[in-house]
Design a protein around this ligand. Structure first.
Ligand code: SF4
Length: 330
């Protein structure tokens, strides 16, 4: 489905996309992900957290009120940010509450699939989830162990995905299974193996590139695969604060999915409604800083590989004056 250019729809009464992190803990320790480095997380004060059921209920209640007041729902809600969502035992309860209340056009979950088993596959299918995005880490045991820094077996993960695919077909479920791998970590033959192994057990597959993170000049999680200096997109203003919302496992609300240090937070769901946070002074100030190019040197936005990767649909430079008027009259 083609993406709508953001300059045609901004400013928004509600984010296009909301990302919710059911768990910032992970069963893997991947070298390209900040969550894989416990010492680093300790040094920036990020604590491990599994989202509790009260926070989930608060999010659902806030979304219901937001929908009633504006007549709008986000285009998509993703269950994932910093960790592995299947570590949260209330995940399927949460997804089904969002689905049953029609609080978004589409729900998706990103998982490494290592914790799937038959009962979890059935719960996942019955939750009403629209799409599961499976992050495959490699195409053999040795590769899996090197990348995830655990004893995970590739064949076990593949069996889990096979089982999910078999069950969803058996149940006539519309769940879309998308399997993806980081092409940068594979040889040409390994890429072909991925395609051969996953074509028959997924509805779609993709060879992705390593993505960038915030504060990328200070922390390179790309293992040298991203050339920070030469990378640049064609625009100046980052669209994240104007179009997306991320909710961390501890309830903090941040502007951005790659804010792994949670530096860009503008509220917590335990203190503020999602609608009030979206319309808050704190977020407005961040938006104005981005529009005026006044990003502080210590901000994680100053050096951000993820921003440099944004597509032309995210280019909002053309409506800078309109957004400045909007934020100034806030
Ligand atoms: S510049 Fe990077 S860290 Fe800042 S909001 Fe944009 S994507 Fe997020």
């Amino acid at each position: 489905m083609a993406r709508i250019p953001l300059n045609k729809v901004l400013p928004l009464k509600m984010p296009i996309s909301i990302l919710i992190d059911p768990s910032n803990r992970c069963n893997f320790k991947c070298s390209f992900c900040p969550t894989g480095d416990k010492e680093l997380l300790k040094s920036v004060g990020r604590e491990e957290k599994i989202m509790g059921i009260n926070s989930m209920n608060k999010i659902v209640d806030d979304l219901i009120v937001w929908k009633q007041k504006t007549g709008k729902i986000p285009k998509q809600i993703g269950f994932y940010k910093d960790g592995e969502p299947l570590l949260n035992k209330n995940l399927f309860y949460f997804i089904s509450k969002i689905s049953k209340n029609n609080l978004t056009e589409k729900t998706y979950l990103t998982t490494n699939a290592a914790l799937l088993n038959e009962s979890k596959c059935i719960e996942l299918i019955n939750s009403g989830l629209n799409e599961v995005r499976i992050s495959v880490e490699h195409v053999h045991d040795k590769g899996y162990q090197d990348v995830t820094r655990t004893k995970t077996s590739y064949y076990r993960v593949k069996e889990n995905i096979e089982l999910l695919y078999k069950l969803k077909n058996q149940f006539n479920s519309q769940l879309h299974i998308h399997s993806k791998v980081l092409a940068d970590l594979l040889t040409e033959n390994e890429r072909k193996k991925f395609q051969n192994d996953f074509c028959g057990i997924s509805d779609s597959i993709a060879l992705d590139r390593i993505m960038g993170w915030s504060d990328s000049n200070n922390h390179d999680f790309s293992n040298g695969k991203i050339d920070h200096e030469s990378k640049k997109n064609s625009h100046q203003i980052c669209s994240q604060p104007f179009s997306r919302m991320s909710i961390c496992a501890n309830g903090d609300i941040t502007i951005c999915c790659v804010d792994w240090m949670h530096q860009l937070k503008y509220g917590n769901i335990n203190d503020v409604s999602l609608m009030d946070a979206w319309n808050s002074e704190e977020l407005n100030k961040i938006r104005l800083d981005h529009l005026k190019g006044e990003i502080a040197n210590e901000s994680v936005c100053k050096n951000c590989d993820y921003f440099k990767n944004q597509s032309s649909e995210d280019n909002i430079d053309l409506i800078k004056e309109k957004l400045l008027d909007y934020c100034n009259s806030h």
